[in-house]
Write a protein that binds this ligand. Structure first.
Ligand SMILES: Nc1ncnc2c1ncn2[C@@H]1O[C@H](COP(=O)(O)OP(=O)(O)OP(=O)(O)O)[C@@H](O)[C@H]1O
Ligand SMILES: [Mg+2]
Length: 246
């Protein structure tokens, strides 16, 4: 049976308007991601990767075009419906961990469950299990500044999983980590993909980190391609590739 796309972008444009200027961060992006796919998004700085993640994560709406989740156009949804999707169906992992500094590891992981009306007892149980799974049994009562970068990122992954979302969005999850710690985080992300069957979209600059994903999307100047032929075309277009025919 053919899998159905969980996320689909159709000719998506995102224009940021400033006082004097406009930035076309995305220029007609289209692709589909199926349930339990593991997709990497690669591209140079400023190419539109985080913008894309914000749209897929229902944190922002496109200027033009459609972002479909399970076939529903998110721009047609009310803010309350978008908040529910963000809270229940999507887990975010960021480069800078984004943990709340005054809360312990346990409290950080428990937090998203409050918004889903999970009882305190159940929140504590789930958070303890997730932190244990991440190898952080002995760090549950530590605050972020009392943990290493790799430990903080594991807390962030546990937090992203707290509401058992179908989709994990990871924006440079290993960007602030040394290569060994980064590899460990990638093993955990691979486990979420292969064992827990989560749909994963991961932004990275690093081709090695991208190689963990089954499908690769490359984005250059707000335009997307799925393979290196696309990159070559972009280089041709910009006149940075010399020799051969135009
Ligand atoms: N809120 C905003 N207002 C105006 N311009 C923005 C805004 N956010 C991003 N941009 C611009 O849009 C373009 C794409 O930005 P984006 O953050 O998506 O890039 P990126 O691919 O994630 O880059 P990096 O690898 O450096 O994180 C950039 O030129 C950026 O300056
Ligand atoms: Mg970015």
């Amino acid at each position: 049976m053919q899998k159905k796309p969980i996320i689909e972008l159709r000719d998506v444009w995102k224009t940021y308007r400033m006082e004097q200027t406009e930035v076309n961060a995305l220029r007609g992006v289209s692709f589909a991601i199926n349930e339990d796919e593991f997709v990497s998004i690669q591209g140079p700085s400023g190419s539109g990767k985080s913008t894309l993640m914000h749209l897929v994560g229902c944190l922002d709406l496109p200027t033009k075009g459609q972002v479909l989740l399970d076939g529903h156009d998110i721009s047609k949804l009310k803010e309350s419906a978008l908040a529910t999707i963000r809270g229940k169906r999507i887990g975010f992992v960021f480069q800078a961990f984004n943990l709340i500094p005054t809360l312990t590891a346990m409290e950080n992981v428990m937090l998203p469950m409050i918004f889903n009306n999970v009882s305190r007892w159940q929140r504590e149980k789930t958070a303890a299990e997730l932190l244990d799974d991440m190898g952080l049994k002995d760090r549950m009562h530590h605050k972020p500044n009392q943990m290493s970068g790799g430990e903080q990122q594991r807390v962030a992954i546990a937090r992203a999983l707290s509401n058992d979302p179908e989709v994990i969005l990871a924006d440079e999850p290993t960007g602030n980590l040394d290569s060994n710690t980064g590899k460990h985080i990638m093993d955990l992300i691979m486990h979420l993909s292969t064992v827990h069957k989560k749909t994963i979209i991961m932004v990275t600059h690093d081709p090695y980190i991208a190689s963990f994903a089954k499908k690769k999307i490359v984005i250059v100047d707000g335009e997307v391609g799925h393979d290196h032929e696309y990159l070559k075309r972009i280089l041709w277009k910009n006149g940075t590739h010399h020799g051969g025919k135009k």
